[in-house]
Design a protein around this ligand. Structure first.
Ligand code: M6P
Ligand code: ZN
Length: 186
């Protein structure tokens, strides 16, 4: 039997996992994701980084685990707070755990039928993403929102239906408050 080497790694203050694979998503990578297209085009002139992912991933095998930090920057497109694209798992029955490290935000979760849940997150919050729920994180604060995700190595990502219609609810700022409102495109 060949055993893999165990690994211990310290997440840096800024959310970086040393040695991890880095993925950067800029606003230009998220065309069609935000409701306010005018505000999107305007902000595209700056094309800010919306989030970075630092992932330590294994071969896609049953039983193994991946983990990743996400650094989701503060910002808005129109009234809508910056968010991650959001996905179902390609193997839809795979669950996931998130752990809040820094900053303030929350997770939108949604079933294939469109039932939505909002779970606020702050440092120390653990979120259990059950099988079959799509999940997207949202930064509702004014500093980077940093969290850890742990997910089965064979979970995969399915962006399809979220890319087309988004989630049934939008997370917006109105009158200085964080609000969940119906997504008119849903
Ligand atoms: C978390 C995990 C990753 C995911 C990342 C960004 O770190 O769930 O699997 O890739 O968030 O989310 P998305 O893939 O939806 O852009
Ligand atoms: Zn996931």
């Amino acid at each position: 039997m060949e055993y893999k080497k165990p690994l211990g790694v310290k997440i840096e203050e800024n959310g970086v996992i040393p040695g991890a694979k880095k993925l950067v998503r800029r606003l230009s990578d998220m065309k069609g994701y935000f409701l306010d297209e005018e505000a999107y085009e305007e902000l595209l002139k700056e094309d800010p980084v919306v989030y970075e992912v630092y992932a330590v991933e294994q071969e896609e095998k049953d039983g193994d685990l991946n983990f990743a930090t996400t650094v989701l920057y503060p910002g808005k497109v129109g009234k809508e707070f910056f968010f991650t694209k959001g996905h179902f798992h390609a193997r839809a029955d795979r669950a996931e755990i998130y752990y809040g490290i820094k900053g303030k935000g929350g997770m939108l979760l949604q079933t294939p039928e469109g039932e939505v849940e909002w779970i606020p997150m702050e440092p120390g919050t653990v979120v259990y993403v059950p099988p079959y729920w799509a999940h997207r994180t949202v930064n509702t604060g004014d500093e980077p929102f940093i969290f850890l995700a742990i997910y089965p190595a064979d979970a995969g990502h399915d962006y399809g239906s979220i890319k087309e219609k988004g989630f049934a609810k939008l997370v917006i700022e109105e009158d200085g408050e964080v609000k969940l409102v119906d997504n008119p495109r849903w």
